[in-house]
Ligand binder design. Structure first.
Ligand code: PLP
Length: 384
């Protein structure tokens, strides 16, 4: 019976310390827009070696803040990869900009800088790099391109907190760096997100944007003993609560241990797959610390003689839950209809989509869990 205990592709870890931190905040006066928000922001900024951090209530809101802060509007183009969660591109559309898709490398599924260059037009304003699966993009080459063309460089680092690129921590590689604290990500606040930056004026704009465009927040008004505020621009309510920030602070303490654990699991998988011809993990570069939000394998379904849905249900019957990250964003009907995207636009992503599977990786995975996943693959592959 225990053999069938389901193994999800990812899940959160919550301990007593987390629960205590949250319940302590629930006993205070500040449930939202209080001291915990600043503490969490400072802790993440320090961790990432970035100057400023702005907490918001989702990774999607963080992307929207970023697009707003750099002034994306009608007519502006923003280059994004198709191998990402749709929110990366959707945030451009929230600001009435146009997402332009640049294809990825076949071995890492990270955005390919030479594809980015091909997509630059006089209307291009920014490039969003997605640290797919937890591996950092080539921020040196992307920086060069961004500087040459006077573009903003944005890192969608929702997969890569805790990782690094060369001597830089994730969160300090681009002009604006985006995090998500959804339960499936490395550290969670339930829902939540953050943007880190070294640019004070961008940070200020995002702080106003998350709070209706109001010049002073509640704490600032209280400190100034004044009811006065002004709406200077149109914003949203994207605020993150204090008890969520308390959870985030508590989780952040464990991030390094968890990244290590994820790397240990990945190492075991990589070793296991190294002798299997029909399954290949993505390539990992040597000059990065991989955060392994996902462990992706590419399968030759044709040679295995089974379809993706068949493999899915076979694994499910063994209690192993697989996933696919992602359906290339430009193939979604919304993008086809509104941005005239089509099959064939990004062939590398489209071919990869046919082959990829996300297999379980999360810090609480036991040796037995890893063994079960590997055994399921051994059973799937002829002659292994
Ligand atoms: C999770 C994720 C987001 C969105 O974050 P939410 O907190 O779910 O809004 C955006 N981009 C990528 C790459 C993600 O993985």
């Amino acid at each position: 019976m225990d053999k069938l205990k389901p193994i999800p592709y990812g899940r959160q870890s919550i301990d007593k310390a987390d629960i205590e931190m949250v319940s302590n905040v629930l006993k205070t006066d500040w449930l939202t827009t209080g001291p915990m928000v600043k503490q969490f922001e400072d802790a993440v900024a320090t961790y990432c070696r970035s100057r400023y951090a702005v907490a918001v209530n989702s990774g999607t809101a963080a992307l929207h803040c970023a697009m707003y802060a750099i002034g994306i509007g009608p007519g502006d183009e923003v280059i994004v990869p198709p191998m990402t969660f749709a929110a990366t591109a959707n945030a451009v559309v929230y600001q009435k900009g146009t997402p332009v898709f640049a294809d990825v490398y076949p071995d890492t599924l990270l955005i390919n800088p030479s594809e980015v260059e091909k997509k630059i037009t006089p209307k291009t304003r920014a490039v969003v790099a997605v640290d797919y699966a937890g591996q950092s993009c080539d921020y040196d080459t992307l920086r060069q391109i961004a500087d040459d063309h006077q573009l903003f460089l944005i890192a969608d680092a929702c997969h890569s907190i805790g990782g690094s690129f060369r001597d830089r921590r994730v969160g300090s590689c681009a002009d604006l760096n985006i995090f998500s604290f959804h339960p499936v990500k490395h550290i969670t606040t339930g829902e939540g997100g953050m943007v880190t930056t070294n640019d004070k004026s961008l940070a200020d704009r995002m702080q106003r944007f998350r709070n209706h465009g109001i010049s002073r927040d509640a704490a600032q008004r209280q400190a100034a003993d004044s009811w006065e505020y002004e709406i200077e621009e149109l914003g949203f309510n994207y605020r993150l609560t204090d008890f969520q920030c308390a959870l985030g602070l508590s989780q952040l303490k464990k991030l390094d241990t968890w990244i290590k654990k994820r790397n240990e699991i990945a190492k075991k998988y990589t070793h296991f797959f190294s002798t299997r011809d029909l399954v290949s993990p993505l390539k990992k570069h040597n000059d990065i610390v991989h955060a392994y939000h996902l462990y992706i394998v590419q399968l030759d379904f044709e040679k295995i003689g089974k379809s993706k849905p068949e493999v899915f249900s076979e694994f499910k019957s063994l209690g192993i839950h697989l996933n696919v990250h992602y359906i290339p964003v430009h193939l979604h009907p919304f993008y086809r209809k509104n941005f005239a995207t089509f099959k064939g636009l990004c062939p590398v992503s489209e071919t990869a989509y046919e082959k990829i599977l996300s297999i379980p990786v999360f810090p609480a995975m036991s040796r037995e869990d890893i063994y079960r996943v590997c055994s399921a693959f051994a059973g799937l592959l002829p002659g292994t």
